[in-house]
Design a protein around this ligand. Sequence first.
Ligand SMILES: [Cu+2]
Length: 301
Amino acid sequence: METSSLNMWTRCRSRVSSRPLPREAGIIGWRFPSSHNSSTGTSPIPRRYGGTTARTQARRFEARKNKPITVEWVNNLPLEPKLQLPLDTTIEESPPDLPRARVVPHLHGGHILSAWDGIPDAWFAPPGSSPMTGPGFFGTTFEYANDQRATTLWYHDHAAGVTRLNVYAGLAGFYLIRDAVEDSLNLPSGPFEIPLVIQDRMFDDAGQWFYPDQGVTDVHPIWVPNFFGNIALVNGKVWPFLEVEPRTYRFRILNGSNSRFYNLSLTSQQSFIQIGSEGGLLPEPVTLRELLIAPGERAPT
Ligand SMILES: [Cu+2]
């Protein structure tokens, strides 16, 4: 699998820690360079599919309520991404003369001033691109106020005309906000709190990611209205297996797929408890045997 197009670096200038995903989780797309990662200093964990190393999952942010952070986003993608996904240049905001490697981060569900919300035309491209920035660009340093209750957010690319491909390529990750209320609940933590991002993918015969390029109209000849992959990845791994202890776990589930809904259940038919949703903890826990989760949705938190 080609990986270098996923090498989007960020620098975190705040106290927020950027802990790696759990050991059994996937790899890093948007990541913190270790020299800027005072909390862990860890490197991405390489996994192998089809003989080459894949990096598919971004690091996560850990934030505390009412402790703002400042993030400088650095686009260090290659000018020509080696992972060639079909870009539709018939979309108005995506003419062929724009740099392919343009990005702008959006914190999905976060309380944010519009300037830092990942406005689609506020994109920025790697050094050497022409143009370097979109018409709505204002900077690469974003303020995140974290003035909302504990919840499970995620961030992902939001650049005009290329979001679906950038998210598919791995520019998405968790952003957790914690607070004292949640702390007081003594929920499973540490190795027993496991974020799970579920995404579907397609692979070609060479083990490369594949994205369809046959549109349904002549107007947008390569634009597909929905993408449904035939392989499920969790934290960047294909059909992974997690060994667990006989105890309670906290799974923070994110559907990071482009289009696919999932109806999740335990093969043992056991029930499980949903304690939260997109905006934070539910008024009271709900016991479920199935959990239907839509693209972009998070549960249980
Ligand atoms: Cu979103």
